[in-house]
Design a protein around this ligand. Structure first.
Ligand code: 5GP
Length: 191
């Protein structure tokens, strides 16, 4: 998506440790109109596929998942939680994810009530780096016997290899911008 590449070049900042900061439109302040365009593009890429539910992970995936859902017939959005809050039942699916930005492993959970056998699920997230978050979300779907139709990612950092590894497993992964290299002074994309 050219507009996303341009926005990353204009507003993105590369932090030490290989983190791309796009707080101005995706991870802190949210550019709703722009996320709407991203959601439209994800729906175009997955047109022809029946999607029953969108699954994401808190916190940064929630915004784009909810806006994208408007383009998928207002399908429900479920986000995996990173901690078991008191309002969640004891009946949940659980998987472990290593957080790239916080450098720690945590359990992510989804109540069994909200993920069902046979559902066709699209997984959406803001970033794809090493692929740990997607691995965990795919594993939750597998445990629930739900079908992963594919993944829709805003920004994939191709050089970290997570996307290719997951594609090699036969999972469809569509990323709206694919960063092939980045440094303090430049960001380049794979088309
Ligand atoms: P992975 O599990 O693929 O290694 O990392 C994906 C998760 O880490 C995403 O949910 C995202 O929140 C976070 N993440 C990974 N890389 C970046 C990055 O460069 N910038 C930001 N803002 N978040 C990232």
């Amino acid at each position: 998506m050219n507009a996303l590449q341009e926005k990353i070049l204009k507003e993105g900042r590369v932090l030490p440790g290989g983190v791309l900061k796009v707080d101005g439109f995706l991870n802190h302040r949210i550019d709703v109109a722009f996320l709407d365009e991203m959601g439209r593009e994800l729906a175009r890429l997955y047109s022809g596929e029946k999607i029953d539910k969108i699954l994401t992970i808190e916190a940064s995936g929630i915004g784009i998942a909810c806006i994208a859902a408007r383009h998928f017939g207002n399908c429900p959005v479920v986000f995996a939680k990173k901690s078991k809050t008191s309002n969640i039942s004891d009946d949940f699916y659980c998987a472990q994810a290593h957080s790239f930005t916080h450098n720690k492993v945590s359990d992510i959970i989804v109540s069994r009530e909200y993920l069902s056998a046979g559902e066709r699920v699209l997984i959406i997230d803001d970033f794809l780096a090493n692929g740990s978050a997607l691995d965990a979300l795919i594993s939750l779907c597998r445990d629930a016997h739900a079908e992963v139709v594919g993944c829709g990612i805003a920004i994939e950092k191709v050089f970290q290899g997570g996307g290719d590894r997951i594609r090699e497993r036969g999972v469809r992964v569509e990323s709206l911008a694919m960063v092939s290299e980045m440094s303090d002074t430049s960001i380049s994309f794979k088309d």
